[in-house]
Every structure is written in structure tokens, then in C-alpha cells.
Design a protein around this ligand. Sequence first.
Ligand code: ATP
Length: 890
Amino acid sequence: MEWYRMSVSEVLNRLGSSEKGLTSEEAQKRLAVYGLNKLKEEEKINFFLLFLKQFTNPLVIILLVASVVTTAIKEYVDTGVILSVVVINAIIGFIEEVKAERSVRALKKMLVSKAIVVRNGVEEEIPSEYIVPGDIIKIGSGDRIPADVRIIKALELKIDESMLTGESLPAEKKDITIETPDLLPADQRNMAFMGTVVVSGRSEGVVVSTGENTILGKIARSVQEIGPVKAPIQKKFENFARLLGIIILAACGVLFAAGLMMGGSFREMFMVSVAGAVASIPEGLPIAVSVAMAVGVARMAKKNAIIRVPAAVETLGSTTVICSDKTGTLTKNEMTVVKLYVESRILDVPDSESNEEGSVTTSRNIEKKDGAKVVDLLRIGLLCNESEVIKKDGQLVIKGDPTEGALIIAASKFGLTKKDELSRFPLVSMIPFESDRGFMATLHEDGNQRILFVKGAPEKVIEMSLASPEERKAFLETSAKFAQEGLRVLCFAQRFLPSYKENITGEDLKDLELVGLQGMIDPPRPEVPEAIKGCQRAGIRVVMITGDHVDTASAIAKKLGISRENQEVISGQALEKMTDDELYEKIPKVSVFARVAPHHKLRIARQFIRRGEIVAMTGDGVNDAPALKAAHIGIAMGKAGTDVAKESADMILTDDNFATIFNAVKEGRIVFDNLRKMVFFLIPTGIAAVISILVTLFLGIPIPYTPSQLLWINLVTNSLQDVSLAFEPGEPGIIDRPPRHPKEPIMSRVLLERTIIVSLVISLGGVYLYWKSLQAGHELEYARTVAVTTMVFFQFFQTWNARSERLSVFTIPFFSNKFLFLSMMLAILAQLGFIYIPAFEWLFRTRPLEYKDLILSIGMASTIIVVVEADKLIRRVLCRDNFATKECRY
Ligand code: ATP
């Protein structure tokens, strides 16, 4: 169907629709016929492949090889244990991956795109999926076109169609009829296609095809792909595990060869090597890491921050600068006009709306009281306006831009309504507001002439006026005065034009008559000052970047605690004149950038990055996308943000609130901390086991653990506790530390030193009890049971140690991590089963321990707490929060 060749009425006719849109019932029916407006179902998770993938892990391959050889030398029980461990491990890995995959999809669902449709004659916002052919939809800058649309009305409409056509310049779209047959989509200038992006302007159109029937659907390309990409830290861990695997394999090969040469039997030396390999492979780590990441993502989502790119979880914790928009993020974006300036007078706007029955304030009344100009001023605010205010459940609800809503409400307080005024001055044409342009203009009929209304940033509008120098000065001074009180100021102007005017041209936008100013408050979000203080304590700079007036911005920045008295504010104008190098020099001292255009944000982000800062940057508009991409963490507003901003962001705030960013940073730090805790918990066991084996080889006694016993420790008791460290809630004071350098290794110096100490204590303690047990005349199986049990209890206490790097574990509430508590109890129960259940005895060749030996094991293991607590205490005293010295490098 060549929709672009038909007139609008023909299109509407064919689609059985009208300018008032479909009825809800009709839309419902069509939905049943045409199906949801979305592209092919995402591929189902391929469970089988995902399961097989678990066996491609190099560590698993080592284990598989070990099982082949144990079969060859007829150690069938060991083979069985190794194989079941491999399978169990694969199942856990598989479950974790399915969960991760599902949660990515769930997050995607939270980000459904919405569209504004006209149904039953009224506008409503619905998920784009429910759009059907025949729907009338409204689109504006930053939107991604939700279906294929024939344009009915277009205002300065420019659409980026590069994803369909490869053309990088945006295409201008018009509400015209085209005769030429067989045009390619790129040349159909009255059509807008699914997946393309509105760069500027506004439009109304009728949907001609949806879902698979759109051009995009036919070429079957997905618009938005967020895959379960792994965070760099996960890759780091994977590489670490791979490297470890290779080293272990090589070391065991050497151990095996050396053992043979020294006259050991093949069988014995092989079992020793396998035990060494099994002990030092941290099988549980990759799973624990992905759990820690997933826990972080889930916690952030609960606190209104949706992570689109997993890497953000890790980067957030290192953030050093947050560049935030003002309106809506730091403030509530609940605008209320409080002051008018007209005919050299400042008027206060009453608090409540005019009462329609009581003291009626009609425009005529105001004219008498305040003068005709007040009416003109309010009227421009009403009519040069794309938004609506409706009453819903007794509450006024703004549909559209809150700034414009405030103007409507202000006018209503003086008895003026949009409906009445619009019937007197019907709309002819419009230039919509865009941040880059800084003003908006509308053209109206006015009897036998036309009238142009303009509203926008005072400097912009005054520049277009024919006001005398005195008048300009008065306007600028008043605007500055309003701004210094933290008010957002808009200037209003008008001009009479001849009746033949149909469009607003550049020529018309001069010689305007200045009518007045309106100043509105936008209260700061109450939770923001606290969050800003938090950021400052955390060593994070907060920088405000706003399109608003310099004085307004700096008044609000001071109120919020972002900037100090007399601190320099850089304006967009000044920025234009600065070179990048000058900006680079200035940037450390500036906390407020005002009257900036979106493209300035990119420059600011780049200079911060050049200074080595880790930058988080917020944005909502289509032009913010480059800055969001350039920053380390692009943050888009979930409510006010455009589709394009959201798609360019790493994180989305569902509540648009600055405090949410701060909370997400905190969560990011917790994730990293927990990763460290897991590593510190896990690595010493492996090292200790290897040391124990070496020591016993050296002493010439049998090794203290069989390979299957080591697997038991590694995979059952350890992994339970390791994974639950991912749920640690975060230590007090986590936000009072300076940001972590992103290159900082997982193992800090302190942790490395502590790991060595702990490994020594565990191995020597274990070997000592094992040796004593042999000395006491117990059989080898019994002594090995002592060794394994001691190791498991060492791990039990080591879990406690791992809960904080700096603080004494006794200051951390015992039950603050329920999972951890549970897993510790489970590990102990499992171990008791291991010792006392006959089936386990047979499987792992253990013996029931006398209770005296059990207590001895526990006693020995508890020494690890004493040792680590002493280390923590010494460092606390020595360092006193001085992190510079090498002993204190956490
Ligand atoms: P931020 O970047 O913090 O969101 P902002 O929303 O104040 O800042 P803009 O929306 O670019 O930035 O507004 C810049 C200026 O443009 C405002 O100070 C105001 O004078 C003017 N302005 C804002 N909204 C409109 C509008 N709908 N019509 C006309 N002028 C507007």
C-alpha cells in the first residue's frame, strides 16, 4: 500500500479512523486482529545450550580429565564424586545464568516504551505495544517512532532515519501529499517509520502499520538490543579463573613428574596432583561473582535505578563527579508562578485559584484592577503553550511541560482559561520550544489580523524585541532580581502581523513588543541536600548543569549546598568563548554551569574525563545522548527522559531523583566490597590446602585430604557461604571513603597480606591436628576426617572475618545478613552429616569423630578469628584513617 500517495482523509478513510482517533472498543478489536505492536518475540532461552555451556569452563575440563584418569586407575568412588561435583556445579551455574538472563528480560520489561495516542477524542499515554493501525499518535523530539505512520501534521519535524536508510543527516518531514509512485522509504517525506528517531519538532500522524508489518519488521532488525553483556569485572574474574586453571595444570604436571622421579608410585602421585588441582581451583568464584552483580542490580532496581549496562554497577562505585541537570532531578519540577512583571510593576500571584462562583475575577476585572497588559501577559502564557491542565479527582494534573502548566494555572488564578482564549485567538502556526532554541512562538488569528506570541528565556526574547535601551535594562534587571531569588524566569512578547501570514518565519521574530515576565518557583527535592552532603563525604563532586538562568542556577545551587558563596558559575555563553584547554583549567573549581545548551554537556564531560575523573552525567533530551554516551555512566530520566536518552544511558532513574544516583553509587560500592569479601574468603582455603599437601609431602606422611574431600570443601561448604557474602548489606561508613580507583585490583595490599597470614594459620593448624591424630595411632581415614573438619570450621570462622575489612566482626550485627547466617549453619550441618552419616563415610572415606576431637577442631579453627581481629586492630590503630601509607592500603 502506498500510503504516502494518499491524502490524509483518504488514509483515514481506508483505516476507518478519524482525527479524533479510534474508540477504545475499536482499538481493542484491532489489537485482536493485528496483534501486539512489537517485533519478533525475543528468542527463547535455549536451556540445553546454556547447560552445555557450563562444561566449557576450563576448570571443569580439568576436573573432567581428572575423572577419566581416576577411572583408568580404578578409583571409582573418586570418579563418581568428581563427576557429581561437576554436574552439581553445572546445574548451579545453569540456574544462575537462567536467573541472570530472566532478570535482564525483566529489567527490559520495566523499560517499556510509551506513546501518546488519541482515543475517544482524548490523548492518553499507553505502552507502544498496544498501538493499532488507525490510531492517531502524537510525537515529539526525542521519541522513537513506535509504528509506521502517515504524518497528518508536522511542525519543524526532523527525523533521524539512519537506522533504516543509512543516511546520517536527519530527514525533514512534512504534512504534504506526494504523487510520485514507487518511492523508497527514504524519500517518503510524509511518512515516519518505526524505530526512527525524532530529532526535533512535533507531529501528529495516523498509524498505518504495526509490528511485523512495518518496514522495520520486514527487515527484522531489532531497535534496541540490551543483551546480558558481562561487566568488565566479571570478565576480569573469568580471565583470572582461566589463568589460574593453566597455572594449576602446569604446577600439578610438575608436581606429578617430580614425584615420579623421586620414586613415588604413579597412582599415589597422580592422586596428589589431582588433589592439588582440585584444592586450588576456585570453582565457586565465577558463580559467586555473578550472584554479587545480580544482587547489586536487583537492589538498585528496588531503589529506582535500573541498570541497562552491567558495567555500570562496577563503575558507579568509583564515580568521582556527578553532573546533574537541575530541573526535575535536583528540583521537583513542580513549577508555580509566583511573580509577574508588567508595565514596570511587580505583582504577586495569589496562592489559590479563582473561585468561579464567588468573587469572579474575569479578564475585564483584572483589566480594571491591574491593567490590560496583565491580561496580555497571562494570555501569551496560556496560548503560546502546548500543555494542558486537567482536573482529576479534584487535583490539577499537568499534561505536558510543567513550566507551561504553571503558566496555565497562573492565568486561571486570574480567571483566564485556554479554551476561551483559544476561541478568540485560534491557532494558526507554531514553533515549538526546544532547549537549544530557548523560546517558543505561536501565530494566532486576531479579528482581521494575526498576532504572534513569543515566550522564552529573557535574553533571547529581549534580543528579538524593539524595546528601548531603558526598557531592556528594566527587563533584564527584574529578570536578574527574580533569578537571584531562585525563580525560573520567562519573558513574554507579541507582535501584530498581517492576515495573510500562515507560517512563522525568521522575519517575523523581530521587532517584538515586550509584554512582561513571569517568575516561577520550583522547590528543591527535600531529600537532595542530604544526598549532596553524602556525595561530598564520599569524595564525589556534584556539578549542576542547567539550561536555566545563571542567577537562578546559582541561587538553587547554594540552597542545595552544591556551591559556596561567590563561587564562579560558567554560562553557556562563556563556555562558547573558551577553548577546551581553558575549560580544562577551570573545571576543578566550577560547580555550576548555567544557560548551557545540551551540546555543551559533551564538552564538560570530556574535560572532566581528561582530568581523570569518573563521570556520571544525567540527561533527558535527544541532544543529551552524545554526553550520556561519553560519560562513564550516562543516566537518563525514566519519567521525563526521551526514548533516545534512555537508550543511550547506562542507568535509568525511574523517579528522576538525584538522591537515587547517590543510593546507586552506594550500592555500587557495596558490590565491589562484597566481591572482595568473597575473594578474601575463598582464596585462602585453596592456598592452605596446597600448603598442607606440600608440608605433608615434605614430612613424608600421606597427604591430609583426598581429592573428593577437597571437592567437598570447595564446592559444598565453601560455596554456600561464599555466595551468601554477595548479600552483605554494606558496612557502616562505606560512603565516607574516597572513591575507589577503577584500576584498583580486587586484592588490595592489606588483603593480600592478610590472605597469606590466614592461609598459613589454616594450613599449619590443620596439618598439626592431622599429624597429632596420626601420632595418637588413629587410622589415616580418621586423621583425614580431622583435617577436613578443621578446614571446614576454619572456613566457618573465616566467613566472619570476611564480613569486614576494617571493622571488628563483633561490631557487625550477627543477623544483618540472613543468608549468611543460614549458609553458615547449613555448612556446619552438612559437615556433621559428612562425618556421621554412614553413606558419606563410605563415599568420602570419613570416620565418625570422637567429640573431643570435634571440639579440638573447633577450638583450633577459632584461632583464625583472633589472628585476623588482631591484624584489624593493629591496622586501625596504626592507620587511623590514614590510607596513604602502604600498611593501610585497603
Ligand atoms: P535543566 O537542564 O536543568 O533541565 P532547564 O529545564 O531549566 O534546565 P531548559 O528547559 O533548556 O532548561 O530551559 C532553559 C530556559 O528556557 C528556561 O530558563 C526558560 O527561560 C526557558 N524555557 C523553559 N521552558 C520553556 C518553554 N516551554 N517555553 C519557552 N521557554 C521555556
